[in-house]
Design a protein around this ligand. Structure first.
Ligand SMILES: Nc1ncnc2c1ncn2[C@@H]1O[C@H](COP(=O)(O)OP(=O)(O)OP(=O)(O)O)[C@@H](O)[C@H]1O
Length: 678
């Protein structure tokens, strides 16, 4: 394979500079290995450049392809956004670029489920799953309801799994290594009779079986099906190995144990020829279920497991962080592996991190104004990096179920919740679907969803139903398109991608709108045999004509926005989770209340006997408890986003004791500013 000769072109396209020798070495490396690197070291950028070089060698002579996986849709969108226009072949058969979940669904769970049960299924998320279980519980016998009130989680968290002998069991901790059904301690303490517990288990099994029969699978159930598939079809592994000669996994730190295991089960075998490269940063593993952040990272590197056979690669210098920001970020490293140090190589900023002191009366507006003042003070709105990267205010906790007196993003900025709540899925004319997607998400995912919602609305208005007589949804629409064959499906996906791209990146709303109108009225859309009718006569647009053509919506809002945007500084609000992997020009991190101790500073500033440790004072952390470690990782991710300016907003009461020593003019490392009440 020729890699080297394409690197120069990749440099021109992706970094407008040169890769140093370490990064070049990784690009050229085609052996199974793991790469661990600090935030902003260019993990994703280097991987993208590598994929570009590899894809210049496609198609491979043996007909195989490459598999590119990541944990989140955000990461996949990012890869697609940067690469698809330069090497569309990478997104076509025999290659596959997607999340681990989509890979597992597509190559293992769906084939197995449909083969076994002869009908299609839908993967559902936690929210819908809980809704279904709520329904079952509402109609359950009193004895079951009694237990459900004592420990609700056990009902929602149950999954089907296989025990070591391959028998179907129920467990409430989805984990491939250890299969358990943990009876809540309080049931045991209260001497609950075993028959009662068995009844609860039977009830759960019953509900899950009902869900299966309806074709509804929880995300995790797909892994169970995949395991079953691999066990019962020995050839499957070999076929998948042959199809994918190279596997690349980005964001490796966020994978769960069972996800890591299934990939290794398939590809990492003695006689497998597949090359697997896994890339990540263990200290950035902030995913868990819901708001929870995993305490430890499940990823054990090849070197961890087989030090004599494998050597992990690592990169310590961050091309995003300035030396000052990097010094601080380095103190938030939870797990300091050998040689792991965050070193800032971005030389265009020399600003100290800013500590913004607030009190319980400080308003969101005051905080935002302070941020804008600082951006203007340092002239960051003129900074060329800002064009791509922008300014963001982030927080760990964005919303709380019960309004309370503590600090979190929505409380400070009501527009944060207003925006997400007012996000509608249905509009009265097609054009609105193109303009009113969720712009908070900087990926193509929300515009994609919005366009698909617009399409299903058209089918609905035309009275077109799916083969079960139901209104088309995004998923059934995509399934229908997939059923029309690989070429048709790929063509549709590629159209969809370029529409999304042209809207989000190029703001070509009207061009895309006109192109889509032609598409909708053509035989490849409305002319399809949507309801699988015999003697089908292709339809034309009829009932939805007005909806599609309607000009009742004039996008004044957007035009107005872009005119004023030039003068005003646009600040986006987001959760720390949502900005993982991003690069900003300036980031303002606001501490927020969650668990106890409440705030990030309460969690990470430690006193043990006479010893104290405060990473904000550049002292080594002493975080040992689950919550402290979670906070440290959230701050590590949040603090490592900006190229130029990092602001950390804290409640005065939380740092009062060390306020003086934090200030850089008094030996500390922060530019300290207080927002006082008028
Ligand atoms: N070789 C390079 N030369 C110059 N700039 C680079 C290079 N690689 C990456 N960058 C820039 O550095 C920033 C961070 O890159 P990237 O997002 O790829 O890092 P990362 O290691 O994946 O980050 P994170 O750990 O936060 O996910 C981006 O602005 C990117 O354009």
């Amino acid at each position: 394979m020729e890699i080297e000769k394409h690197i120069e072109q990749a440099e021109k396209i992706f970094i407008n500079g040169n890769f140093d020798s370490k990064r070049k070495k990784f690009i050229k490396n085609l052996k199974t290995c793991d790469l661990l690197a600090v935030p902003g070291s260019g993990k994703t950028t280097t991987l993208i450049a590598k994929l570009y070089c590899i894809s210049q060698n496609m198609p491979f002579e043996d007909g195989s392809g490459i598999l590119v996986l990541a944990h989140t849709n955000h990461a996949i969108d990012e890869i697609e956004k940067k690469l698809k226009k330069h090497c569309p072949q990478l997104f076509e058969y025999p290659n596959f670029v997607g999340t681990i979940q989509s890979f597992v669904n597509r190559f293992l769970a769906i084939p197995h489920f449909t083969q076994k049960n002869k009908f299609k299924f839908k993967v559902i998320d936690d929210f819908e799953y809980k809704k279904r279980f709520d329904f079952f519980l509402k109609h359950a016998k009193d004895s079951i309801s009694y237990f459900s009130k004592r420990d609700t989680n056990i009902f929602y968290k149950s999954r089907f799994n296989l025990d070591v002998e391959g028998n179907l069991i129920i467990c409430n901790e989805f984990d491939n290594e250890e299969i358990k059904f943990n009876i809540p301690q309080k049931w045991i303490n209260q001497n609950t009779e075993i028959e009662k517990i068995t009844k609860v288990l039977d009830f759960i099994k019953d509900c899950k079986t009902k869900l299966f029969k309806e074709g509804l699978l929880h995300y995790d159930d797909c892994y169970f099906y995949s395991k079953q598939y691999l066990l019962s079809n020995k050839d499957t592994k070999k076929i998948i190995q042959k199809r994918f000669k190279y596997v690349f996994i980005d964001e490796m730190q966020d994978l769960e144990e069972y996800q890591i295991k299934i990939i290794d089960d398939i590809f990492f075998e003695e006689d497998s020829e597949t090359i697997i490269q896994r890339i990540g940063d263990k200290n950035q593993s902030i995913y868990g279920s819901g708001k929870k952040v995993k305490q430890t990272c499940d990823w054990r590197t090849r070197q961890d497991k087989e030090p004599l056979k494998y050597k992990d690669l690592n990169i310590q210098n961050s091309l995003r962080l300035s030396p000052k920001t990097a010094v601080l970020v380095d103190k938030f490293v939870l797990e300091r592996l050998e040689k792991y140090r965050v070193v800032g190589k971005f030389e265009e900023s020399n600003l100290y991190p800013h500590l913004i002191i607030i009190n319980r009366k400080t308003t969101g507006e005051q905080i935002k104004n302070k941020f804008i003042d600082l951006i203007k003070k340092y002239n960051l709105q003129q900074c060329k990096k800002n064009i791509d990267n922008g300014f963001k205010i982030v927080s760990w906790i964005t919303e709380k179920e019960d309004e309370n007196k503590e600090v979190y993003l929505k409380k400070l900025f009501s527009e944060y919740s207003k925006e997400s709540k007012s996000r509608k899925e249905d509009f009265d004319c097609f054009k609105k679907y193109l303009y009113h997607y969720d712009k908070e998400k900087l990926t193509l995912e929300s515009i994609r969803k919005s366009i698909l919602n617009g399409f299903t609305r058209i089918l609905d208005l035309e009275g077109i139903k799916d083969n079960k007589g139901k209104r088309y949804r995004k998923s059934t629409l995509m399934q229908f398109i997939k059923n029309q064959g690989e070429a048709f499906y790929n063509d549709f996906k590629s159209k969809l991608f370029s529409w999304c791209f042209d809207i989000v990146i190029r703001n070509k709303y009207e061009e895309v709108f006109n192109e889509m109108k032609d598409f909708i009225s053509s035989k490849v859309f409305i002319g399809q045999n949507w309801s699988n009718e015999e003697n089908y006569v292709p339809k034309t647009i009829n009932q939805s004509k007005e909806f599609i053509d309607s000009e009742i919506f004039q996008p004044i809002e957007i035009v107005k926005q872009s005119a004023t945007e030039k003068e005003e500084i646009n600040i986006e609000l987001a959760s720390v989770h949502a900005v993982k992997g991003q690069t900003h020009c300036a980031t303002m991190y606001i501490e927020s209340a969650y668990q106890r101790p409440l705030y990030e500073t309460n969690k990470i500033i430690k006193r043990k006997g006479k010893k104290t440790s405060n990473p904000l004072l550049l002292e080594e952390h002493m975080c040992e408890g689950t919550y402290d470690k979670q906070a440290l990782k959230m701050m590590y991710v949040g603090f490592s986003r900006p190229t130029h300016l990092l602001c950390f907003v804290v409640l005065k009461e939380n740092v009062e004791d060390c306020l003086d020593s934090l200030c850089h003019s008094k030996g500390g490392f922060w530019e300290v500013e207080e927002i006082r009440n008028n």
